[in-house]
Write a new protein. Structure first.
Length: 562
């Protein structure tokens, strides 16, 4: 088994559970609720507060074939088109067929979606890549916040142990290499403090995304790729990390703005907003049959190209024709965010530019969330189920988290296995990069691995990332253990994998755009890239022969009752 781990003190305390869930978004909380309902002892570990998961930032909604005339088959077709030949069709079929009932169960849990005042039916809208109105939303543009509220209330009412303000460090494994829990650091609040451990039969990663690897992102500050980094150090396979979706319309706050940026939901374009340049020209016309509602990769590239052609730092989203009432009722969150930054979308176009938004790749799983490490599961944005392919279809992410969380819970309940005693990792801790290197990593990635990439830009990025890593590995240069150093070290590992995969994929496909390889190559590249971390901390990159995602690991042995 791999002996790679972060440099950290040994755990000074421990708690026991049957399953430990890392993360408190829609994926993690759904796993926790379903497991708890089945009588399984559950511990939820979350990096901030329970209601601070990435789910609450989702504005647009959740996609499912709930409307009259819509079918799972139509939803499947739209998803496959957006995924540009790399979706696992069986995974997508699972998503779209189980999705409608999963949404209904979410409603039964307490989530309140916007409904028609006359009929009581859930209101549905359109977003990019969808040929039907199938996006359910809540509070106009506060869908994620409502889903998070309902699930948090349900989890707090259930028999679930909650550990907040905790950064998970590494996977604990037994002598056979099976997951046996996690080490974690509680950041000075709650009933525990410092480095400890949760020992468990099953570990579920639901840690969300890695958007903070770029300078500008829609992701919260906690989205530092911790789950992917943990999985890599534990020996798991990571797939398709080169496919990072850049949201086309993020509020432009100036050339020096870094960190989390306000999102201007795709639903605004779904309701009829236009993308225009400084002269008021609608440049998406003629680019795609759906114009502003084309898949996100197409819109992001078109905006970036137009910015390059005109020398502009941003484009504009024009929805003045909505009027004050529609803005206030349909998009109150976005309206407030714009006005907080001195922009009134009722009377002026909104400056927008692409920013890192969603990772379509992640820890490779089968259809029950199993990774290549026995006892370790992954769900939500941290996972790569094969649903999204090369480009996630808008609003499929909340549904994926919901559907595959239920599948993981069923697998854990039906087939739990008891690991042996955790054994210490058989190597020294991985040297830590300095907290200030976080900004260096983000700027390197923004310049070299953003919307438009090339062999030259990626090679330069790889070299700069290697320099950061080499500095940390120099004797006496490792940073002191602590939250900021652990996060920066996780970001560096994730950045290295992303750049290595982007260099290896010598074509343009979906959200991966190579300026030096502008054509899609189905003959040579209709396959997935898999990355693992070798014991010497170098990366092993390989390709699958087909787009299929076979089961990642065998089912666990039943837990002994002796």
């Amino acid at each position: 088994m791999t002996g790679i781990r972060l440099t950290a003190p040994r755990p000074g305390w421990s708690v026991d559970a049957d399953v430990v869930v890392i993360g408190s978004g829609v994926a993690g909380l759904t796993v926790a609720l379903r497991c708890a309902a089945a009588g399984v002892r559950v511990a939820v570990v979350t990096k901030a507060r329970l209601d601070d998961g990435s789910t609450r930032w989702a504005q647009g909604g959740i996609a499912a074939a709930l409307g009259e005339g819509d079918t799972p088959a139509q939803h499947l077709a739209d998803t496959l088109v957006a995924g540009v030949g790399l979706c696992d069709e069986e995974a997508v079929r699972t998503l779209v067929t189980e999705g409608p009932d999963a949404v209904r169960r979410l409603i039964a849990t307490g989530a309140r979606f916007d409904t028609d005042a006359a009929t009581g039916e859930v209101l549905l809208t359109r977003e990019g890549g969808h040929h039907r109105r199938r996006i359910a939303h809540a509070g106009g543009d506060a869908t994620g916040a409502e889903i998070s509220r309902a699930l948090v209330e349900a989890v707090r009412a259930a028999d679930v142990r909650i550990i907040e303000h905790a950064l998970v460090l590494d996977l604990l494994k037994d002598a056979d290499g099976r997951a046996a829990g996690v080490s974690l650091h509680v950041m000075g609040e709650g009933q525990h403090d410092g480095v400890g451990a949760v020992r468990a039969c099953s570990v579920v990663l639901a840690t969300g995304g890695m958007g903070q690897v770029f300078s500008a992102t829609t992701n919260p500050a906690v989205s530092t790729g911790d789950g992917v980094a943990l999985a890599l150090r534990a020996g798991a396979e990571v797939s398709d990390l080169e496919f990072v979706q850049f949201h086309p319309t993020v509020l432009w706050l100036g050339p020096d703005a870094e960190g989390q940026q306000p999102l201007v939901s795709e639903a605004v374009r779904g309701e009829g907003a236009h993308l225009v340049d400084a002269d008021g020209t609608r440049f998406m016309l003629g680019q795609h049959e759906l114009a502003e509602l084309a898949p996100r990769d197409i819109v992001a590239k078109a905006i970036t190209r137009r910015m390059q052609e005109t020398g502009a730092e941003h484009m504009y989203l024009d929805a003045r024709h909505f009027g004050a009432t529609m803005w206030a009722e349909r998009f109150p969150t976005i309206l407030a965010a714009c006005r907080a930054h001195g922009i009134d979308p009722v009377t002026e176009p909104v400056p927008v530019a692409p920013a890192a938004h969603y990772a379509s790749g992640g820890v490779r799983t089968d259809l029950h969330g199993r990774t290549t490490v026995p006892g370790l599961y992954a769900c939500g944005e941290v996972a790569c189920t094969g649903v999204h392919g090369a480009n996630r279809l808008a609003s499929n992410s909340l549904l994926e988290g919901l559907v595959f969380a239920e599948r993981i819970a069923a697998a854990v309940v039906a087939d739990p296995a008891a690991p042996g005693e955790p054994v210490p990792a058989d190597g020294p801790g991985d040297p830590l990069v300095a907290p200030e290197d976080r900004h260096t990593i983000q700027r390197v990635m923004a310049r070299g691995a953003g919307v438009l990439r090339s062999a030259d830009s990626l090679t330069e990025a790889a070299g700069r990332l290697d320099a950061v890593r080499s500095a940390a590995h120099t004797d006496g240069k490792s940073a002191e253990p602590g939250t900021e150093a652990w996060e920066a070290t996780n970001l560096l590992l994730v950045a290295r994998v992303l750049v290595a995969a982007a260099l290896r994929r010598e074509e343009t496909r979906g959200s991966h755009w190579r300026e030096d390889r502008p054509d899609r190559d189905d003959e040579g590249w209709r396959r997935h890239l898999l990355v693992t971390l070798r014991p010497d901390r170098t990366l092993a990159v390989s390709t699958t022969e087909t787009t299929a995602f076979p089961p990642a690991s065998p089912p666990s042995a039943p837990r002994s009752t002796a």
